[in-house]
Ligand binder design. Sequence first.
Ligand code: DQA
Length: 157
Amino acid sequence: MRPRVLVLNGPNLNMLGSREPALYGTDTLADIESACRAHARTLGLALECAQANGEGDLVTCVHQAHGRVDGLIVNAGAYSHTSIALVDALALVDRPIIEVHLSNIFRREPFRHHSYVSTIARGVICGLGSHGYLLALDALAKLMPRPCDEGTGHGEF
Ligand code: DQA
């Protein structure tokens, strides 16, 4: 059984490609997801992708992943900066979570400098555009225990 990863994207990320390309690049979400699928194959990972615009829908996606996935990649969009509900859901997963932002949130408006998701993420990648998702997959491939490993569900570099 290959370790299973969920790539979860939040509000407005379904509009990538036409959404502020100077900030977020020209790749669509479908482009990003297919690059993730190809990279996951080379790493021997099974991949699922989900996107939702609603806060409650994202919470439900996390609940459905709970107990089923071995690691998560999350770009919660604007909810990164506002949603305690989402971070509470992510906290119950107890699997490595990598937070990704396409843009460098620290070079932007002050209200983007704090992320609730960062408080529970194992690592954070921001400012590297869509390549950040592939780097997050590399990190998870090292952090997730293989099915034959024992332990807590967390590996080390
Ligand atoms: C984002 C950064 C957030 O501040 C913003 O609300 C987004 C996208 C990023 O990927 O750079 O929707 O998460």
